[in-house]
Design a protein around this ligand. Structure first.
Ligand code: C2E
Ligand code: MG
Ligand code: MG
Ligand code: MG
Length: 279
């Protein structure tokens, strides 16, 4: 009996694993064709300066809508793209589309001061990253000063020499660098003084509890103080309540982004908000 049960359990796991593998294969196959089938788009979430409430930047966020699978979260498909070697192609599409949008907004009279684009650690490690970005900037006629790349701390833990080389080359081009999800990784802080970083993005997990949890508020406060001491700008992501925004403002955080102010939206919708803008 015990043996039978064991076998049943085994079969259960086997079936579940097979199902998961099949699902995963579906996802991979679908993702490989997503660009060609025009299933990708970027949405944009505004960032506001706390001192005056003005729009100071916009973050692009990737969306994938599959005809049968529906909308799939980037948190789910970006890791798959990385594993199947598609992230460079995807990253190139994102950068090109984001730069084209910046130019389109300019033409419409909507001047976005800074556009932040998320890039994966795999992109930052590539030897051809700089040539590719130069090509995109030239083709889309975007001023590199208006671009910011968002990378997570994981970037600073891998393949150090290439990463340092690429990040310095980006800085030389005039492109700014932000550390996304700051504080959620396990990297040491040493890289902050060695690399050309201009902004820290306080991770949402800390922002969530700034007004209710003593640890979260201590960490958020420490990041703001650290940023100021190092001459870096600090922005908080995932701000959902007025209490959180007030805390961040009182502590001297420079900028905020989150559902309290606006959700990510289509390019035209963002333009039509007619936000006050400062550089
Ligand atoms: P992220 O860069 O940290 O982006 C912030 C995420 O939080 C976004 O989720 C955004 O929609 C969401 N968010 C913003 N404000 C709030 C809020 O107030 N409350 C809550 N609950 N969520 C908020 P999204 O768009 O699903 O993206 C998830 C992650 O996927 C991003 O995290 C980023 O790591 C990655 N990602 C998105 N687009 C790209 C891309 O073009 N390239 C790469 N490599 N990664 C991307
Ligand atoms: Mg980001
Ligand atoms: Mg983030
Ligand atoms: Mg995050």
């Amino acid at each position: 009996r015990a043996k039978d049960q064991g076998r049943n359990t085994y079969h259960f796991f086997e079936t579940e694993m097979t199902e998961r593998a099949v699902q995963r294969l579906h996802l991979e196959t679908a993702l490989r064709g997503a660009i060609a089938r025009n299933e990708l788009e970027l949405v944009y979430q505004p960032q506001f300066r706390l001192a005056n409430g003005d729009l100071c930047g916009v973050e692009s966020l990737l969306r994938w809508t599959h005809p049968e699978l529906g909308t799939i979260s980037p948190a789910k498909f970006i890791p798959v793209a990385e594993e199947i070697g598609m992230i460079s192609e995807l990253g190139r599409w994102v950068l090109t589309e984001a730069c084209n949008q910046l130019t389109r907004w300019d033409a419409e009279g909507f001047r976005v001061p800074s556009l932040s684009v998320n890039v994966s650690v795999h992109q930052v490690e590539r030897i051809d990253l700089i040539d590719e970005i130069k090509g995109i900037i030239a083709a889309t006629d975007v001023d590199p000063d208006r671009l910011e790349l968002e990378v997570t701390e994981s970037v600073f833990m891998r393949n150090v020499e290439r990463v340092v080389e690429n990040l310095n080359a980006l800085r030389d081009l005039g492109i700014r660098l932000a550390v996304d999800d700051f504080g959620s990784g396990f990297s040491s802080l040493g890289y902050l003084k060695q690399l050309p970083i201009s902004r820290l993005k306080i991770d949402k997990t800390f922002v969530d509890g700034v007004d209710t949890d003593a640890n979260d508020s201590a960490i958020a406060r420490a990041v703001i103080v650290l940023g100021r001491a190092l001459g870096l700008e600090v922005i908080a992501e995932g701000v959902e309540t007025q209490a959180q925004a007030s805390f961040l403002e009182n502590e001297g955080c420079d900028a905020v982004q989150g559902y309290l102010f606006a959700r990510p939206m289509a390019a035209g919708a963002l333009r039509d908000q007619h936000y006050a803008v400062t550089d």
